[in-house]
Design a protein around this ligand. Sequence first.
Ligand code: HEM
Length: 127
Amino acid sequence: QEHRSIYEAIGDEKLQILVDAFYKRVASHSELTPIFPADLTETKRKQKQFLTQFFGGPPLYIQEHGHPMLRARHMPFPITPTRRDAWLSCMREAVFEVGIEQPYERIILERLTMTANNMMNTPEDEK
Ligand code: HEM
């Protein structure tokens, strides 16, 4: 039986590479640049902390920022179905770029897809 967390299976170094590969794509995606800050340094740092705990590693995000309340924290940004798709395509490409073994690759993409669906807060025609 397998007792490793997703975080342990990927490793901290690869998680950092994944976060960098993801925001490199976000920074040049025309659907996403209007809502993200130009300087993604702090965004990357928070996302690395969040994904560490989301994947079963130490609770770094909650220690520094409190309960994630992700849907509430995303309310200031109009997240349409198109932006959800854009976010997920950047993440999918980043996951493929870094190369993660199965079943972790599949589990990671499933969990992120569910979370991204929950982040939508704006119909397509109101952005
Ligand atoms: C922050 C967009 C989905 C985790 C943000 C920010 C934006 C954004 C614009 C603010 C960046 C900043 O000011 O630094 C989106 C869009 C999504 C999405 C368009 C599409 C569905 C997700 C998902 C997760 C996530 C699925 C988690 C798996 C975070 C975290 C932060 C964040 C942890 C930092 C919150 C903080 O300020 O402490 N997101 N996001 N986001 N997002 Fe997302």
